[in-house]
Design a protein around this ligand. Structure first.
Ligand code: PLP
Length: 230
C-alpha cells in the first residue's frame, strides 16, 4: 500500500512541476511520519525516501535511534524551548521557529555544541487564531533579528495553510507567502538565504508546488490517515 501511495504522490509532484515549468529536483518531498510506527517508516525508506518530518521531539528521537543514520529528520511541529536541547545536532531543519525567544534558545544551545542549526521561520499566513507562526507583518523583523544570531541560519519560510475542501482556496496564501519570501530575499540580509519555501500538505501540495514550494510535507497521502486514539 505504501509503495502505491508513494508512487501516486511522486506522480502528482511531477505533474505539478511540469504544469509550473519547474524541474522535479527543485522540490523535496518530506514524508510526514508522525504517529506512524517505525516499520512503516522503514518501508518508505526502502522505497528511497530519506527525508522524514516529525512534530514531537521525543518521537523523533525514538525513531532516529532505530532507523538508518542517512535519514534527514525535519522538525515540523511547534517547539517548546525546554525541548530544544534534545534536537541540537540531530535535525536537518527546524521548520517551526516563530519567536525570537525560541530562536535565541536554539542559538544558545547550537553555540554551546559548536554547530550551526538551519531553521525556517513559520508564518501564519492566513492569520488563523488556532495556528502558531509569526504574523506576516512581523515576519521581516523576526528574520532580521534572527539573522544576527551567530549559530542559526535562516533558510526560508514555512507555512501551514488553512484546512480547506478545495485546494484552490489556498492558492492565494501560497502566492502571498512566496511574495513575502521574495521581498525578504531582496533585502540581502546576512545569514539569510530564503531558498526554501516549505508549504503544502496532502490536501494542497500540488497547488503549493505550482506556487513555488521547494518542500512539501505529505503525511496522509503516503502513510494513510492518522489514528490519535492509540
Ligand atoms: C501533520 C503535518 C503535516 C502532514 O499533514 P497531512 O495532511 O497528513 O499531509 C504537514 N505539516 C505539518 C506541520 C504537520 O503537522
Amino acid at each position: 500500500m505504501l509503495k502505491e501511495n508513494l508512487k501516486q504522490v511522486e506522480e502528482n509532484i511531477c505533474s505539478a512541476c511540469k504544469r509550473a515549468g519547474r524541474s522535479r529536483d527543485e522540490v523535496t518531498l518530506i514524508a510526514v511520519s508522525k504517529t506512524k510506527p517505525v516499520e512503516m517508516l522503514k518501508e518508505v525508506y526502502d522505497q528511497g525516501i530519506r527525508v522524514f518530518g516529525e512534530n514531537k521531539v521525543q518521537e523523533m528521537m525514538d525513531k532516529q535511534e532505530v532507523l538508518p543514520s542517512d535519514i534527514q529528520w525535519h522538525m515540523i511541529g511547534h517547539l517548546q524551548r525546554n525541548k530544544v536541547k534534545y534536537l541540537i545536532g540531530k535535525t536537518a531543519l527546524i521548520h517551526s521557529v516563530d519567536s525570537l525567544r525560541l530562536a535565541e534558545e536554539i542559538n544558545r544551545l547550537s553555540e554551546k555544541n559548536d554547530v550551526v542549526t538551519k531553521i525556517l521561520v513559520e508564518v501564519n499566513i492566513a492569520s488563523e487564531e488556532t495556528k502558531f507562526g509569526t504574523s506576516r507583518e512581523d515576519a521581516v523583523k523576526l528574520v532580521e533579528h534572527i539573522s544576527r544570531l551567530s549559530n542559526l541560519r535562516v533558510e526560508g519560510l514555512m507555512t501551514i495553510a488553512p484546512y480547506v475542501e478545495n485546494a484552490e482556496d489556498n492558492r492565494q496564501y501560497f502566492k502571498e507567502i512566496r511574495k513575502l519570501s521574495v521581498d525578504i530575499k531582496q533585502k540581502n540580509i546576512d545569514n539569510v538565504s530564503m531558498s526554501t519555501l516549505s508549504m503544502g500538505m496532502t490536501g494542497d501540495y500540488m497547488v503549493a508546488i505550482e506556487e513555488g514550494a521547494t518542500m512539501v510535507r505529505v503525511g496522509t497521502g503516503i502513510f494513510g490517515a492518522r489514528d490519535y486514539s492509540i
